[in-house]
Write a protein that binds this ligand. Structure first.
Ligand code: F6R
Length: 360
């Protein structure tokens, strides 16, 4: 059942290359190098999108917001479903609710969808489980095709959500003619290359996680810092660490550190930095320098050429722009996994948690 892996979580992390291939299958027009999402062709392009989701799926939504806004120029708000449903949100009929849920049964996400439908707003579901409540109740559903996710900690499902959000942003961007030249074809090339790159990289990511885990296993708290598209990844890295290793971890926008949290930094409170090579890297680096000035230890997940001296660098291969995420995400997942294994925790069945949260 676990295909030779010790835990479902590890198996599912290693399934990500296949998940990407399956997500792309039938959704690309390879001749014209365009995205094909026929289920959306008959729908108007939304004026605004409100994403509702919980946990890891919420983090996927925060990441997708960047691409939907920059490529499709659609204003996007992202909210935790348990907040959205009790807020008296303003609905406009030209808007769209995008409900993201692996299980399709999360009570708050469903309640948010139902509220929107009562107000006549179209609901698009991004969901992994065929026949689930989200899949049945949404006006239109895009299935993420990640296959069954058994481990309580969500891993491959997030990968599939991010692929679909990328495709959605390209698809609406082309329809709205807001995509910068060649973006669609070059991102499609990058996506098609990803499974092979990731397949080769996953064992190396795991070895690095295994090396780092003993060095950080005595920490009781961690910061995960990132900016821009790496901020949702910081949130996700922290969530994975806390839920399976029970180490307190906070994901923070790196620029917010000086507004209070930096007071917590001391040698026993390490920082896991998302220091990928993007336009915001110099800003992240200056935030890390401030952490180091308070004697905080730093692990930097980075690309080659990263030149700040930190306690541990963790270099991942370059990928095109936002596609670096698909290499950074398994690094975060594997770090949490190896920490939990090193600490002897029950990785697949963390305490106090259930796979789907069908009650409030
Ligand atoms: C974290 C995790 C949870 C879920 C959340 C939403 O590893 O699994 O945070 O992401 O409960 O679940 P879905 O996506 O099924 O709505």
């Amino acid at each position: 059942q676990k295909g030779g892996y010790r835990h479902f979580m590890l198996k599912e992390i290693f399934e990500q290359p296949t998940v990407i291939t399956n997500c792309l299958a039938g959704r690309l027009d390879l001749k014209n190098r365009t995205v094909s999402l026929p289920e959306l062709d008959a729908l108007e392009i939304p004026e605004q999108i409100q994403i509702v989701a919980c946990g890891t799926s919420y983090h996927a939504g925060l990441w997708g917001q960047h691409l939907l806004e920059s490529w499709a120029q659609i204003p996007v708000r992202v909210e935790i479903a348990s907040e959205f449903r009790y807020r008296n949100p303003i609905f406009k009929s030209e808007d769209m609710i995008l409900a993201i849920s692996q299980s399709g049964e999360t009570a708050d996400t469903l309640a948010s969808m139902r509220l929107a439908k009562e107000h006549g707003v179209k609901v698009l579901g991004l969901c992994n489980v065929v026949g689930s409540s989200v899949a049945r109740e949404a006006d239109t559903t895009i299935l993420t095709q990640a296959g069954p996710e058994i481990s309580v900690a969500s891993t491959k499902a997030m990968c599939s959500q991010l692929i679909l959000l990328t495709l959605l942003a390209l698809y609406w961007g082309r329809r709205k003619q807001t995509l910068p030249a060649n973006v669609e074809s070059s991102i499609i090339t990058g996506l098609l290359d990803l499974p092979q790159i990731l397949e080769a990289e996953l064992p190396l990511l795991r070895s690095r996680a295994q090396e780092l885990a003993p060095a950080y296993s005595t920490a009781r708290s961690f910061f995960y810092l990132g900016r821009g598209m790496s901020f949702p990844l910081a949130l996700e890295g922290a969530l994975k660490l806390k839920e399976i290793s029970y180490i307190h971890a906070e994901g923070y926008a790196a620029g917010e550190m000086k507004h209070g949290p930096i007071a917590l930094i001391e040698p026993e409170f390490p920082t896991f930095a998302l220091a990928l090579n993007d336009a915001l890297l110099p800003k992240t680096v200056s935030n890390l320098v401030e952490v180091q000035a308070r004697n905080g230890k730093v692990i930097a997940l980075c690309h080659s050429g990263f030149d700040l001296e930190v306690d541990h660098t963790w270099e991942i291969p370059n990928a095109q722009g936002p596609l670096s995420t698909f290499l950074a995400l398994p690094a975060l997942q594997l770090f949490a996994y190896e920490m939990a294994v090193y600490l002897g925790k029950d990785v697949d069945q963390p305490r106090n948690l259930a796979k789907s949260v069908t009650v409030e």
